[in-house]
Design a binder for this molecule. Structure first.
Ligand SMILES: Nc1ncnc2c1ncn2[C@@H]1O[C@H](COP(=O)(O)OP(=O)(O)OP(=O)(O)O)[C@@H](O)[C@H]1O
Ligand SMILES: [Mg+2]
Length: 346
């Protein structure tokens, strides 16, 4: 059971707009969620659904001059969105660390991997060079780099893709963060290595007793490790709740679409059904429910009335979705998509 002191992050009504020459891009609209210690929040949605922008906003990594951000991001009782830049810098990379898809975006090709981690060690703490190097080796060893002592002297290109991602995780752990945000951490890796990195993230979560936000466009990536799932589309939350419930009985047609297009053991022999069409431009998102133009289940209210994200009134034990369909329809269609996860059998 999580108690209130386990609450790490409380995001309320996060909204991000980019003014562009073509108009305002409404990248994130009214996004609210929490993250607690021990939780792995899986954020899933197609390309352009606002997953990365939400996390960049939380980290304070969006250009303030060219972005309009509103809402609240409460971390340890403080709203990160109104914190002075120097205060925010103390939190970013220290209490909240981030791992990106492309390690080369963060690892400098000309410096030894161990040296770069040692640099990160000295950035927030007054530690001598020798001690920082020792800590870097220790962290590399901790994230499963074999012969860490000698491999620390390697340059990034001497590491395999999986090892580079491990090094990025080591770098993120330098200051014992309480939140680790991983944005598509395994997209560039082959399936076997992907599974190893996901395992490492889980192990790190348990050992360091932190909260993890795991962003992906692939439901398969979060199927085994997420404890909570947030499904995003066109900058909005379509469905949000405990992972077990969402994989057992997804309630939103967009989540059904994602599941129908996902290869799984049960479906290996039947055809995968991709969601027809493409996500909308966020310069002029559709009226009503943003998913209605692509939705096989749409009916009268969908093109004009935007359904609020809410728990169905008939089913208070269910989780929140933003869809006009009746609870009966959600139950019936959701039940057909039920996915058995390894951990759920017990
Ligand atoms: N600096 C920017 N200026 C204008 N629009 C932007 C900017 N950054 C992102 N966007 C737009 O915001 C929307 C959300 O982008 P975001 O990167 O969060 O998507 P995503 O869900 O992370 O997608 P992907 O799976 O491709 O990483 C997209 O429509 C994108 O084009
Ligand atoms: Mg992204």
């Amino acid at each position: 059971m999580s108690s209130s002191h386990d609450l790490l992050l409380d995001v309320r009504g996060l909204t991000v707009r980019f003014p562009t020459p073509d108009g305002v891009v409404q990248a994130v609209s009214d996004v609210s969620f929490t993250l607690s210690r021990g939780e792995t929040l899986g954020v899933v949605g197609e390309s352009g659904s606002g997953k990365s922008v939400s996390n960049l906003a939380i980290m304070g990594l969006l250009n303030q001059q060219r972005t309009a951000i509103s809402g609240e991001v409460e971390f340890m009782g403080r709203n990160l969105l109104t914190l002075p830049p120097d205060e925010l810098r103390k939190i970013r990379g220290k209490d909240i660390a981030m791992v990106f898809q492309d390690p080369f975006a963060c690892l400098h090709p000309m410096y030894r991997v161990g040296w770069q981690i040692a640099e990160a060690v000295t950035a927030h703490a007054s530690v001598g060079k020798k001690a920082a190097w020792a800590r870097a080796v220790e962290l590399l060893d901790h994230v499963g780099i074999p012969n860490a002592k000698s491999r620390a002297r390697d340059f990034p290109h001497q590491f395999s893709g999986g090892m580079r991602q491990r090094a990025m995780i080591a770098m993120a752990l330098v200051h014992n963060p309480s939140i680790l945000i991983c944005d598509e951490p395994t997209t560039a890796l082959d399936v076997t290595v992907q599974a190893q990195i996901l395992e490492l993230i889980e192990a790190v979560k348990r050992e360091f007793d932190i909260g993890v936000i795991l962003v992906t466009h692939d439901l398969g990536v979060i199927a085994e490790t997420a404890t909570t799932v947030m499904v995003m589309y066109a900058g909005r939350i379509m469905e949000y709740g405990p992972a077990q419930q969402i994989f057992e009985r997804p309630q939103h047609p967009y989540a059904w679409g994602l599941l129908d297009s996902m290869p799984s053991v049960e479906k290996r022999l039947s055809a995968l059904v991709p969601i027809e069409g493409a996500p909308p431009s966020l310069l002029s998102p559709p009226s009503g429910c943003p998913f209605h133009p692509r939705c096989r289940y749409r009916f009268e209210p969908c093109p004009t009335e935007r359904p609020p994200l809410a728990v169905p009134t008939q089913a208070p034990d269910a989780h929140a979705d933003a869809c006009h369909l009746s609870w009966e329809a959600k139950q019936r269609e959701g039940g057909k998509r039920s996915i058995a996860r390894l951990g759920d059998a017990a």
